[in-house]
Design a protein around this ligand. Structure first.
Ligand SMILES: Cc1ncc(COP(=O)(O)O)c(C=O)c1O
Length: 397
């Protein structure tokens, strides 16, 4: 697995077309106006003080209000002072939670469970915390691991389970029943359930269930953490803003860890984040834009590739044969970058679940995405082995 798109450095010089980069999950849409305004209006605030790791109460209250609305939580279920921590993007939080909950001085609970393919940070977090990653291959049909196939002996040795719903790159979200079962297992076996829900606001067939809704039905947040990000929801990856909500006992430990780490959010980012969490209009607009991009992808590529509308997120994840060869040839022919699926997965249990796919992140402007998709179409039209799969797509289901 490679953290960067190394293949493009090794292959033939592409034609003199501007690069279309579909390789990184970095929303490049314009930042919402109200967020930019809140940011610039507060640039002078708080510069003479160290910001608190816990964040300002106003930010935690705005996050609690959004979360309670979005996941229909009972009043008072999510105490903004004990159950919410602002973080500088979910990446750092997903990484550092492993440092907080794993004790490298024992080997009874030495496993960290994660889907495969997966967001690379889960694996690095496990290894750098002194634990061992245990990969759960995603089922090609459901796009999520078969969690029920995890043996009890593996649960017993696990400290942490990363779940990604909706999933990067498959786009599959878990339903309430599956999440409830996972919450039960995590509590039974003393595993921290870290649910990465950073794509939960980019959906097309109704909002995906969140683990906090499921926890609320049990009346408790025990063992559960939910990670959310403004990078995807509000298209501001440069702001580095997100939050973790859940079990107050784990968050108390996490807060202490983070005070040593020095992971506090600057006050002007807190102000911009407050504005973003308090507004839904820009999120609705952003979803519409992604829906138009997926519709364009279906129209342009649907004859050649199995283009699925995901439960959530902004990725295409089609089967293309050898994903790395596809990416290399596409780059050389059309100066379009996508990510070989093999870079997002590990061989595990005799399978390599990403090898025959590529990930195409529809993150540029609509015009740029259409340009890139048309170039992929031209590449496929001219490719000697172009397959015409014409599979049923999710639009028809
Ligand atoms: C599954 C997943 N989780 C977390 C992140 C991190 O996002 P951020 O740190 O911008 O919140 C990403 C970014 O691509 C992601 O794909």
């Amino acid at each position: 697995m490679s953290a960067c798109v190394g293949y493009s450095r090794m292959c033939a010089r592409p034609p003199a077309l501007p690069l279309v980069d579909f390789s990184i999950g970095e929303p490049r849409q314009q930042a919402p106006e109200l967020v930019a305004r809140a940011l610039t209006a507060s640039l002078q605030q708080g510069l003479a003080e160290y910001p608190k790791v816990l964040g300002e109460p106003a930010l935690r209250q705005a996050i609690a209000a959004w979360t309670s609305r979005r996941f229909t939580l009972p009043t008072g279920f999510l105490d903004p002072d004990r159950c919410i921590l602002p973080v500088n993007g979910t990446r750092e939080a997903l990484f550092s939670i492993a440092q907080t909950v794993i004790n490298p001085c024992q080997d009874v609970k030495s496993l960290v469970l994660m889907p495969n393919p997966f967001y690379q940070i889960y694996e690095g977090a496990a290894l750098l915390a002194g634990a061992k990653p245990h990969y759960l291959n995603c089922d090609p049909g459901s796009g999520q691991p078969d969690f029920r196939a995890i043996p009890e002996s593996v649960w017993e040795r696990s400290a942490l389970l990363y779940v990604n719903s909706p999933h990067n790159p498959t786009g599959a979200a878990l339903g309430g029943e599956e999440l409830a079962w996972l919450v039960g297992q995590a509590r039974r076996f003393g595993v921290v359930l870290a649910v990465d829900e950073c794509y939960t606001e980019i959906y097309f067939r109704g909002p995906p269930t969140g683990v906090l809704s499921v926890a609320a039905q049990t009346g408790s947040l025990d063992s559960v953490l939910s990670f959310h990000s403004l990078s995807k929801r509000s298209s501001i990856p440069g702001a580095r803003s997100g939050f973790v909500a859940g079990d107050p006992a784990i968050l108390a430990q996490f807060l202490r860890y983070r005070t040593y780490l020095g992971a506090a959010m600057p006050p002007f980012i807190q102000a911009a984040s407050r504005a973003a969490w308090s507004d839904e209009e820009h999120v609705v607009e952003s979803r519409r834009s992604y829906a138009r991009k997926f519709a364009a992808a279906r129209d342009i590529l649907g004859e050649h590739l199995d283009i699925q509308l995901p439960d959530g997120g902004f990725y295409l994840w089609p089967e293309v044969g050898d994903g790395e060869a596809f990416a290399r040839e596409l780059y050389a022919a059309e100066h379009v970058r996508c990510l070989p699926g093999a870079y997002l997965a590990r061989e595990a249990h005799g399978l390599h679940p990403g090898h025959d796919r590529v990930r195409i992140a529809l993150v540029g402007s609509e015009a740029e995405c259409i340009e890139g998709l048309q170039r992929i179409r031209r590449f496929l039209d001219n490719r000697p082995h172009a397959s015409s799969q014409e599979k049923e797509s999710a639009w028809h289901s």
